[in-house]
Design a protein around this ligand. Structure first.
Ligand code: ADP
Ligand code: MG
Length: 675
């Protein structure tokens, strides 16, 4: 159903071959793409202030008449200064313009204009330099500001957009079928597009944005669902034997109800004829590793190999230890493969992967590097999934002979959001912590109480416990933010003179990292001063205290993830957050983290408060770009998109969903026919 707006941008009125080249630099090849090139923000010419009331050095809009224009002054070669005197009736002001004769000429004596810019000067003389200018007669008081490229101006873009929108018919752009549109009372797409480019008010713009954001989320959700279907091929590994009693017998604890449910979801999936594609969405400490281990057990008992991939070597080594503990008693052979191993070691492991001498191989990306071959790879597990994007997930899924796939989330997020980000997967939720877990008492204090916090930590250490101190990474450690190395040095020579202190940060060589982690694990160190490298997955049950410096640097979910490093044993655990940020928002966040234990609730609050460094920065990583919607803020839109997606999914191939199908198709399936 191609229409004129799918023509090359070159043919749009006002464009032509030369400008088309510039548009292409912006990624705009067709008229349709221009229509969806959305403004970054708007310049507000509507809210004018009297010159006398303008706050100096802040942007404002003033409505003025040009009184007189001075002769241009050549300051030096290539630098001409133009000056005008303007008045708003009550006060005068000088306007200076550098080099733009065009702008100077466009301002006529006795003409009325709205100028937008910063006013500088003092009480007596005021000046505005290089303002944005709008004729006072113009109706478009909100002027969109677009991402540009050299050679294109805002004006040109606006003109071309007017032409493009005039060329688009409602059917060209509407993606929702009529009945849905009528029932839901949503703004029509065509209107939304006109309003987002040429709003009369911010309210217009915001309504329009909501409609376009909803589209975007709907398309994303449907695209994910489509991918999910495509992953449904035949697998060579139908793992019929789901008896895990041998595994359970060797386990040092009873599984939680949630773990049992997740495992039975997986066992059922793996017994089927098509590959499992499942996400374990679980709170910190909910025991995702044990679920993974159960799946490895099933694979091994059915004669298939399993690999488990982690994002860092520390994590991989730790999973290796855990899986060995869970699986070796029942005769499953577990191996480790990480990048920092010697060539000889790697070759030996590769050989065992190829021959089938190993049943379960834990490692980093090295698991899929050239040289790694498996005899009968039936299950691929990836941990801390947010580090891998959709594309990587797809690539992994294609490894081997359509193996089963299990991914484990690092961040507990609301289910609807998980459906957006991990929508191509089935989801099992671990919303229950193992029995006997104590709440991690969390306190937020200011730096003034640091010494007291130290004294508190000392008590824990003297009791045989261990502590983490989290501070900024090496490269950020400037000014007030002291970095790990300096910090460790200071406490080593000061308060914690009598204790064994180790340092861990991301820039250390992996072998050094491993060494420190091992010493901490074996209690050869009392305090680990570290960066967020400990964020994911590290498991040292004897570490029961954590102190986090500059806690306001982190989003709530990240803080929750961090503090999840303690509270892993049966002992009472404490997390002390130090922040000197006095803002109300920071206080609010500290209150939430101190009073809430559930990661799901915390991520929900995170969505609402949305602090800096919020986790969506990376959770979103790897998703097709979401440009209009805001995964952190548009919670209701996400829910709405989800319900729309459910009702539209069965109709996607109907005639009335042509435009929608096309958008979905363009999102993921470049070049591949859908359907
Ligand atoms: P996460 O879900 O954060 O990856 P882990 O798998 O690392 O959590 O488990 C956290 C700790 O809880 C580990 O020490 C693990 O052995 C332990 N654990 C897991 N399941 C249970 C259970 N059902 N009962 C008691 N301890 C458990
Ligand atoms: Mg984990």
């Amino acid at each position: 159903m191609a229409s004129v707006i799918d023509n090359d941008i070159m043919y749009l009125k006002g464009v032509g071959p030369k400008r088309a080249e510039l548009f292409k630099k912006l990624g705009i090849n067709t008229v349709r793409e221009l229509i969806y090139h959305l403004p970054r923000h708007y310049t507000d010419f509507s809210d004018v202030t009297p010159i006398a009331d303008a706050v100096l050095d802040e942007v404002c809009a003033v409505r003025v008449r040009v009184v007189s224009k001075e002769r241009p002054a050549m300051l030096r070669k290539g630098m001409t200064l133009y000056r005008l005197l303007v008045t708003d009736g009550a006060s005068d002001m000088t306007v200076t313009i550098f080099n733009s004769q065009y702008l100077f000429d466009s301002l006529e004596t006795d003409g009325d204009y709205i100028l937008y810019g910063k006013i500088t000067g003092n009480f007596i003389s005021r000046e505005m330099s290089s303002p944005l200018v709008l004729s006072a007669l113009s109706e478009d008081k909100l002027q969109p500001v677009y991402p540009l490229t050299a050679g294109l101006t805002q004006n040109v873009l606006r003109k071309c957009l007017k032409n493009a929108l005039a060329a688009a018919s409602p059917e060209d752009v509407e993606i929702l079928p009529k009945d849905i549109l009528e029932k839901s009372g949503l703004m029509r797409e065509e209107i939304a597009l006109n309003l987002i480019h040429f709003p009369k008010s911010f309210e217009d713009a915001s309504q329009a944005r909501r409609r376009l954001a909803l589209d975007e989320l709907l398309v994303l959700r449907l695209g994910m669902a489509e991918l999910k279907d495509r992953n449904r091929r035949a697998t060579a590994y139908s793992l019929k034997n789901g008896d895990i009693s041998g595994f359970l017998g060797a386990l040092p604890f009873d599984l939680t109800g949630a773990q049992k449910r997740a495992i039975s979801d997986c066992v059922r999936d793996m017994a089927g004829g098509s590959p499992m594609n499942r996400l374990i969405l679980g709170d910190v400490g909910s025991g995702k590793t044990a679920v993974a281990a159960a799946c490895c057990y099933v694979a091994a008992k059915n004669g298939a190999q399993a690999v488990m991939m982690a994002p860092t070597e520390i994590l991989a080594s730790q999973h290796f230890e855990s899986l060995k503990g869970f699986l070796e008693p029942s005769g499953v052979r577990v191996g480790l493969l990480i990048g920092s191993m010697s060539k000889k070691q790697k070759t030996a492991v590769y050989e065992k992967c190829r021959s089938g001498e190993l049943d379960v191989i834990v490692g980093t990306h090295a698991l899929f590097q050239a040289g790694a071959e498996y005899k009968r790879l039936g299950l691929v597990i990836t941990d801390e999934q947010h580090r891998f994007g959709v594309e990587q997930r797809q690539r992994l899924a294609r490894k081997g002979d359509n193996p089963h796939r299990l991914v484990m989330s690092a961040t507990p997020i609301p289910r609807t959001l998980a459906l957006m980000i991990y929508g191509e997967l089935d989801i099992s939720v671990l919303d229950e912590l193992p029995a006997g877990r104590k709440k991690i008492e969390t306190y937020a204090v200011t730096g003034k109480l640091r010494e007291r916090a130290y004294a508190y930590i000392k008590k824990y250490l003297d009791d045989g416990g261990q502590a983490y101190i989290v501070c900024p990474a090496v490269e950020e450690g400037e000014g007030e933010l002291m970095n790990v190395a300096d910090y460790a040095e200071e406490i080593k020579n000061g308060f914690f003179r009598d204790y064994r202190i180790g340092v861990l940060h991301g820039q250390m060589a992996s072998s050094a990292k491993e060494g420190v982690m091992k010493r901490f694990k074996e209690h050869e160190l009392d305090i680990l001063v570290c960066t967020t490298v400990v964020e994911v997955g590290v498991d040292v049950p004897n570490a029961t205290v954590m102190l986090i410096e500059n806690a306001d640097r982190f989003g709530l979910s990240q803080l929750h993830q961090l503090r999840g490093r303690v509270g892993r044993g049966e002992r009472e655990s404490v997390c002390i957050l130090i922040t000197d940020n006095p803002s109300e928002e920071c206080r609010k966040r500290m209150r939430v983290i101190s009073s809430t234990a559930s990661g799901f609730e915390i991520s929900e609050a995170d969505l609402e408060i949305r602090g800096p460094g919020d986790f969506f920065g990376y959770a979103q990583h790897g998703l097709p770009p979401v440009r209009v919607a805001d995964l952190a803020a548009d919670k209701e839109l996400i829910d709405h998109a989800q319900s729309l997606a459910e009702s539209l999914r069965p109709r996607l191939y109907g005639e009335e969903c042509g435009q929608l199908r096309r958008r979905v198709y363009n999102l993921f399936m470049n070049g591949e026919a859908m359907g």
